[in-house]
Design a protein around this ligand. Sequence first.
Ligand code: XMP
Length: 476
Amino acid sequence: MGAFQEKFEKAETAFNFEDVILLPGFSQVEPKDIDLRTSFSKNIPINIPLVSSPMDTVTESEMAIALARHGGLGVVHRNCSAEEELEMVKAVKRAESFIIKDVITINKEATVGEAAELMKKHKISGLPVVEGRKLIGIITGRDVRFTDPSIRVEEAMTKDVVVAGPTVTPEEAVELMKKHRVEKLPVVDNDNQLIGLITYKDVALRGEYKDASRDSEGRLRVAAAVSPFDLDRAKLLAKYADALVIDVAHFHNKNVIEATRRLTREVGIDIVIGNLGTKQGVLDSISRIEDVAGLRVGIGSGSVCITTEVTRAGAPTLYAVSQAADALEELGLKIPVIADGGIRSPGDVALAIAFGASCAMLGYVLAGCKESPSPMTIINGKYFKLHRGMGSQSARQKRMALDRYATFSKEIPEGTEIWVPYRGDVASVIGEFTSGIRAAMGYAGASNIEELRKKGKVAKIFSRREKSPSSQSIML
Ligand code: XMP
């Protein structure tokens, strides 16, 4: 046999979700008792195996907040300036923190009008008044609403402020706020220097979302996408985000790997690399980069991808997951694998886990939610939201105008734009997915994610299914 014929004979099978099925196994668990806790990256645990794509029709702060509240994690997109991306991350961190550290303050010489402006700009309802860092009062929405905007803050503020010390617990804070009927509690040290702020809303919400993904300070977790060549942005975001995701279409590339190696040395938080598609890609990347905290895998299977149509190159998500898992097994390493691209149903997530993934990344499914930043439209009486590939013409145009690192070596668009059916809020979609994943795990006989990965058995199927729900979408 000639060498080229042999290439075909020895070719691997690049399978995807439509090619396999999860087999029923002996079960001892009820779906309600199944534990969905898993990891996004080495040091970032999450409570459900669902994270969102860094795409500008999917993840900005509203999506990231909603997802973290329900136990998942959002990765904010980078198709904007570094400052805008940082603002999105900060908004998630501020959303429900117990003690807010970067408190927005005002000084006593400012006017009431300026205080009102500041509150409006940051969507907050009160400002500690400081002299240097010393707390001297507090001014709230109530104080400014009926006061002449030209008078000084000092005259309108409450001087007798109820405060807490740095070691206050959430329970003590609630008690103090209830007792004094205040909604904001500045935190001060022994010299009355302001070191933080507690709001009633934040402490109350902590009780409401018990399964939320939170950091050690009780703030919602969030990750941010970066280019491997934009070290300044990475350093800026690393001060606030829980993890960074190196966001390139083809990670297995000399320049990308080298740039990421430099970046990981300068940035002290978890770095997820991707996208990768083959075992060799994972081996080469991990051997050259010291501390890889996560792998994002799958190339060309996304709902808005036309990479494979254009280039005939790609690594279907499920195949890519199995390749990454095999590489990690060979190296004896435990690094979470994120299955990315083409996920439509809870069963797809279960299959990805059975092949070695820790969690799944959703673009299409979440683009259709209320909390996605994309526009909504009505077509033939039905609601749709826009979803576009980050390699689509319009997304690339926006990036070219903004980001000097986005000089394209590739001239052809590799993404498209579609209208996806509106599917309500994130809470209901997450509910639908977690029930479905639990049901799938029940069939497979797995009581937790690790067990599904180890015990989940699959069978090949030969009747190809349609590349389904996208047929409900409308191409632009
Ligand atoms: P879904 O199917 O969930 O996939 O919408 C989301 C993932 O698709 C990838 N992505 C792209 N792939 N061209 C591509 O080939 C693109 O323009 C593009 N934009 C996003 C990305 O990995 C995302 O998480």
